[in-house]
Design a protein around this ligand. Structure first.
Ligand SMILES: Nc1ncnc2c1ncn2[C@@H]1O[C@H](COP(=O)(O)OP(=O)(O)OP(=O)(O)O)[C@@H](O)[C@H]1O
Length: 226
């Protein structure tokens, strides 16, 4: 589904991605790794938001940079969610649907999927969890073939995490996911593959069920006195 060769992204003197060679198959891939390791930059290149400095990326065999047709087939939700404040959730979802060339009925579809019953309130009045759910729902407009979610569980309480994970579990039958999540345990069960990116490089990649113990170690916390 995604293939990169020698993928490099620099921001001035910062090397965010330092030669990523990776193949990501259809299904669910969970991307983990340290802060500043390059995960979000990788997602943005796959989504066609950033142009690589060098190297190649192919998504469903096509270059995502400036490829509007491909972008219509991909849903993205970045973190923190960038949603406007002064319009209602419905107006924003309608705007996104129109911008991607889809009809308004997509709005009802995604609002029902994520049980958003506050669509007609002004976004300014939403809690951060309500904003987050709206931003995730937006990624499903147009029934995309690939959904990219950056920190989908950030700012959600336990109940909301359970609800969102349950919905993603149902949706995994209908689409493919690439998910970055520091809150990894609730989404780990969804993942087919795990990819760890750190220091702009691939640190680890493999089947989720085989890497569970390695991932646990990555996240284990021991104080210096232990
Ligand atoms: N638009 C940008 N301009 C300048 N530097 C950037 C930009 N985006 C990312 N970076 C830098 O690139 C590096 C990788 O950042 P990135 O956000 O991809 O990491 P990350 O793994 O997603 O981190 P986190 O887990 O903290 O979200 C960091 O050093 C970051 O400061």
């Amino acid at each position: 589904m995604i293939r990169t060769e020698g993928l490099v992204k620099r921001f001035g003197s910062i090397v965010a991605l330092d030669g990523i060679n990776v193949e990501i198959d259809e299904g669910v891939t969970l991307i983990l790794g340290p802060n500043g390791g390059g995960k979000s930059t990788f997602l943005k290149i796959v989504a066609g938001v950033y142009k690589p400095t060098s190297g190649t990326v192919r998504v469903f065999g096509r270059d995502p940079w400036s490829n509007e047709e491909l972008k219509r087939e991909i849903g993205v939700s970045f973190d923190p969610p960038s949603v406007p404040s002064l319009i209602t959730g419905r107006e924003w979802l309608e705007f996104v649907a129109r911008a991607k060339g889809y009809k308004k009925d997509e709005v009802e579809h995604v609002a029902n999927l994520f049980e958003i019953d506050y669509l007609d309130e002004t976004i300014r009045n939403y809690s951060s969890g309500m904003r987050k759910r709206l931003a995730i729902a937006q990624a499903f407009i147009g029934k995309p073939k690939l959904v990219i979610l950056d920190e989908p569980l950030a700012n959600l309480d336990f109940d909301q995490i359970r609800k969102v994970v349950k919905i993603l579990k149902e949706l995994r039958e209908r689409t493919n996911f690439v998910i970055v999540s520091h809150i990894w345990e609730p989404v780990y069960g969804l993942a087919d593959e795990v990819l760890v990116i750190g220091g702009g490089k691939v640190v680890m990649k493999g089947k989720a069920e085989e890497l569970r113990e390695d991932v646990k170690k990555l996240f284990s916390f021991r104080s210096e006195n232990d």
